[in-house]
Design a protein around this ligand. Structure first.
Ligand SMILES: O=C(O)C(=O)C[C@H](O)[C@H](O)CO
Length: 322
């Protein structure tokens, strides 16, 4: 860490959940990309979305991230705090913001562009997390974080090796890395993870090397074969297939009341599951709640536009039971 870096570690020694990653500036538009389109400024990024969901699910959640030490960074940190996330492990550094531009419609069609290469947030390094990960109940990170730089990839691995419990969301982004690289990272991390949350069918094809003939059960088996103790294969509105040593269970997704934007639904799932595992729920209970929270989250625009409360997610779980 350079001498310009400042870390406030007050009160964050033992969060229930520690999320590692890069919060992004989100510039979204409700119309296809064009010159003069009206845009909305917000903060997102998979780590921020997941941390916000973990906090909403009742966990003391800390975000370990590098954030530029400018006014936009101040606004980002204010948002972190507003979302109920502990900002004590946010490291303020000189540098540029990571930005993404998005247009999406309710059907899930999405236009997406990044301006994040060389950003301050992508310079996460192993020294940043030393000491922070051991105290956390569950540490959560993703393939996005591992893809943004070599030092960030080393940080994810370092955290996975030291965490008491580690949850990994592969979150493959072809614009950040190749499928081969993302698959290699998954192979390294899976044996260290208590839970891996790949998505069906894209990540089954791109990261697990399965053919289009493969089934969700094949994807769960292939992920477990990499060494993950448990797998939660997310299948959008078809719910989640959970696989452990004792077999596979289908968890249905409650239908969302209305779909505005599906951005971040997978992050809400991962964050909620990490939170509930840290708070002592069993895997199936945590996945049921995560599935419900993800389903409800599509009512808002952007990654943190609608985060259901724990009570709302619990009510949605009960709705699918009856
Ligand atoms: O793609 C990324 O790196 C992001 O984190 C942007 C979005 O928040 C993310 O894709 C939603 O899952």
């Amino acid at each position: 860490m350079s001498s310009a870096d400042t870390v406030n570690t007050s009160n964050t020694a033992c969060p229930d959940v520690l999320v590692l990653g890069e919060p992004l500036v989100e510039v979204s538009t409700t119309e296809p990309f064009r010159d003069g389109a009206s845009v909305r400024l917000a903060f997102s990024g998979d780590a921020l979305n997941a941390a916000a969901a973990a906090a909403a699910a009742g966990a003391h959640t800390a975000l370990l991230a590098r954030v530029p030490d400018d006014e936009l960074g101040d606004a980002l940190v204010a948002k972190v705090t507003e979302l109920g996330i502990d900002a004590g492990t946010v490291i303020r550094v000189p540098g540029q913001h990571g930005v993404y531009f998005t247009h999406s419609d309710p059907s899930g069609r999405r236009q997406f562009a990044y301006a994040r290469s060389g950003s301050a947030g992508s310079a996460l390094r192993p020294e940043d997390v030393t000491g922070a990960v051991e105290g956390a109940g569950v540490v959560l990170s993703s393939g996005i974080t591992a893809a943004v730089s070599e030092s960030a990839a080393a940080t994810v691995l370092h955290a996975a090796e030291r965490a008491r419990r580690f949850v990994y969301d592969p979150n493959y982004r072809p614009r950040l890395t190749s499928a081969q690289e993302a698959a290699a990272t998954l192979r390294r991390i899976a044996p260290l993870a208590e839970l891996v949350t790949p998505s069906w069918p894209d990540e089954a094809w791109s990261l697990l090397g399965l053919s289009t003939e493969a089934t969700p059960h094949d994807a769960v088996a292939a992920t477990r074969a990499l060494g993950a103790s448990a797998v939660a294969l997310t299948r959008g509105s078809d719910g989640v297939l959970v696989g452990t040593a004792t077999g596979a269970v289908d968890v249905p997704a409650p239908p969302p009341p209305r779909v505005v934007d599906q951005t971040g639904a997978g992050d809400v799932f991962a964050g909620t599951v990490a939170a509930r595992l840290a708070l002592g729920d069993d895997l199936l209970g945590a996945v049921r709640l995560g599935t419900a929270a993800a389903s409800l989250s599509v009512q808002g625009r952007g990654g943190t536009g609608f985060l259901p409360t724990l009570a709302q997610s619990r009510a949605a779980v009960e709705e699918v039971r009856v």
